[in-house]
Write a new protein. Structure first.
Length: 84
C-alpha cells in the first residue's frame, strides 16, 4: 500500500494523521472495499483547484458572444401603483 493510500478503516482510526498528511504533504487517497473512494486534499490545494483561471471581465471579453453588438434598452415607464 502506498504511503498516501489508506483503507477506510485505517482512515477512520487515524483520521488526525490522515488530515495532517494531506495538509503537509500530498493528497491522500482512501479506498473502500479495495476501490478508490475519496481524495483528501489540503484547503490551499482545494482553493487552487477551484479558483477561476480568469476574472469575470476577462472571461466575458473572451466569450464568443463578445463579438455581437447587443443593444440594451431600459423601460422608462413608471411602475404600477399598488394598493397596500
Amino acid at each position: 500500500m502506498d504511503q498516501n493510500t489508506w483503507q477506510l478503516q485505517d482512515a477512520k482510526t487515524k483520521f488526525s494523521q490522515l488530515v495532517d498528511s494531506a495538509m503537509h504533504h500530498k493528497p491522500q487517497f482512501v479506498t473502500k472495499h479495495g476501490n478508490n473512494a475519496v481524495v483528501i486534499i489540503s484547503f490551499e490545494e482545494y482553493i487552487k483547484l477551484t479558483k477561476p483561471k480568469d476574472d469575470l471581465v476577462t472571461f466575458l471579453r473572451n466569450s464568443p458572444l463578445s463579438e455581437n453588438d447587443f443593444e440594451f434598452t431600459r423601460n422608462k415607464d413608471m411602475p404600477k401603483d399598488i394598493e397596500l
